[in-house]
Design a protein around this ligand. Structure first.
Ligand SMILES: CSC[C@H]1O[C@H](OP(=O)(O)O)[C@H](O)[C@@H]1O
Ligand code: ADE
Length: 294
């Protein structure tokens, strides 16, 4: 699947992005995963003759909180659906004066402060350590930057996303701390999503839509969902346009990602074949079958 010459782009839509318009041959289908329930059915569709698969991260209608999303099931289901690269769209708070609400940021680093989520497909019975030094795929990110130029959407290149557990927004002291760490934006969902995409040997890139200045900002003492949703609604169309302009750029790409995403497990699995737990190995079939069989 990972070596497929045919790109299948998976889009994970965050808050405010529960579907994608302009798609044809649309069909919502249930995809079963041994890792549990994905956030929703997957929308299989076509864009400019290319297969795409859309998944609303919080489910249609937003029933799932960031902590109750089954990130493993989502990534596994996307891979089972044939997805080779994932474009993630997310709402974030800004930790920088110059990243105003309405700004789009192509995130390239993360600090993971989440603590109540399953973060790996691997574990007892099959141990693997993948590198997430560069958690975002440079090739996919490059296509997003080109798409931004084409559509006239300003996309800030690079930024560190602080992933917090939530569900509450940050305290002022936390917000100031994250600023002192050099973080640029804050959200609740891109971790462990990005780590799991890497374990599943999928390219991953994240477009962060700034919806608010987090509470550090003197003029924004509180973050409210009302504020966030207002900015989201006025920007969701732009996010959709950006994603839709990026997808056709993948049409003639080399099958294997030159950044190594599709081979992330090549030297990562440390458990000897004879010591692997067959039940876990079976569960890993979609995400790691290529590496486990080679
Ligand atoms: C609705 S505000 C907080 C909510 O929005 C972000 O979600 P997503 O990344 O899926 O757009 C944030 O992380 C929180 O989950
Ligand atoms: N300020 C903020 N903190 C965490 N997640 C967010 N999502 C949107 N704005 C946010």
């Amino acid at each position: 699947m990972a070596e497929s010459a045919r790109p299948v782009v998976g889009i994970i839509g965050g808050s405010g992005v529960y579907d994608l318009d302009g798609l044809t041959d649309k069909e919502w289908r249930t995809v079963e995963s041994p890792w549990g329930q994905p956030s929703d059915q997957l929308l299989f569709a076509t864009l400019d003759g290319m297969p795409v698969v859309f998944l609303p991260r919080h489910g249609r209608g937003h029933p799932l909180s960031p902590s109750s999303i089954n990130y493993r099931a989502n990534i596994d289901a996307l891979k089972r659906a044939g997805v080779t690269e994932i474009l993630s769209v997310s709402a974030v708070g800004s930790l920088r004066e110059d990243l105003e609400p309405g700004t789009f940021v192509l995130v390239d680093q993360f600090i993971d402060r989440t603590f109540a989520r399953e973060k790996s497909f691997f574990g007892q019975g099959c141990v693997a350590h993948v590198s997430v030094a560069h958690p975002v795929c440079g090739r996919l990110g490059g296509h997003l930057l080109d798409a931004a130029t084409e559509t006239g959407i300003r996309l800030v290149e690079g930024g560190t996303y602080l992933a917090m557990e939530g569900l509450q927004f940050s305290t002022k002291a936390e917000s100031k701390l994250y600023r002192s760490w050099g973080c640029d934006v804050i959200g609740m969902t891109n971790m462990p999503e990005a780590k799991l995409a890497r374990e599943a040997e999928l390219c991953y890139a994240s477009v962060a839509m700034v919806t608010d200045f987090d509470c550090w900002h003197p003029d924004h003492d509180h973050v409210t969902v009302e504020q966030v949703v207002k900015v989201l609604l006025s920007n969701a169309d732009k996010a959709r346009s950006l994603v839709k302009a990026a997808i056709p750029r993948l049409k003639d790409r080399e099958a294997a990602c030159e950044k190594g995403c599709h081979h992330a497990l090549d030297h990562a699995i440390i458990t000897a074949p004879e010591s692997r737990d067959p039940t876990l190995v079976a569960k890993l079939d979609a995400v790691a079958g290529r590496a486990l069989r080679s």
